[in-house]
Design a protein around this ligand. Structure first.
Ligand SMILES: [Zn+2]
Length: 132
């Protein structure tokens, strides 16, 4: 494995880029999107921040994705189960597809997503890298 760019650790993110979520006040189930009702039937949630640490529960390699991501192809995308339980679909970077396994531990990093518009505005967001 090798790293192409400096790593910005999750804990150094500004609040704007943290993964905010919602936690059921009754059973503790966590969600990214606010739900009307938890799977346990409770209607109340508290706000929370995710740790950014988790493991891969599914992954694949994309060879022809959306145009804005075409310069990155081929790239890996996976479903990450965070320590807190919620799942997120995200790009997995700084690794080879062949090196990934179900259960590989990963951590969130802050990275460029794509450029858009005439001015080439750069969009950033959360991706994941395997923990060493
Ligand atoms: Zn619940």
């Amino acid at each position: 494995m090798f790293r192409k760019s400096p790593i910005i650790r999750w804990r150094s993110y500004g609040d704007r880029y943290k993964l905010h979520g919602h936690k059921c006040t009754k059973c503790g189930t966590t969600y990214f999107e606010k739900k009307g009702m938890c799977i346990c039937g409770n209607l109340e949630f508290s706000e929370m921040d995710f740790s950014g640490e988790g493991k891969i529960i599914s992954f694949t390699q994309i060879h022809s994705g959306p145009e804005s991501f075409s310069e990155m192809a081929p790239y890996c995308v996976g479903i990450i189960e965070l320590k807190e339980g919620a799942k997120i679909t995200a790009q997995i970077v700084d690794c080879k597809y062949e090196d990934l396994k179900i259960g590989t531990e990963v951590e969130a990093v802050f990275r460029k997503f794509y450029k858009s518009g005439e001015k080439g505005i750069i969009h950033y967001g959360t991706k994941f890298i395997p923990k060493l």
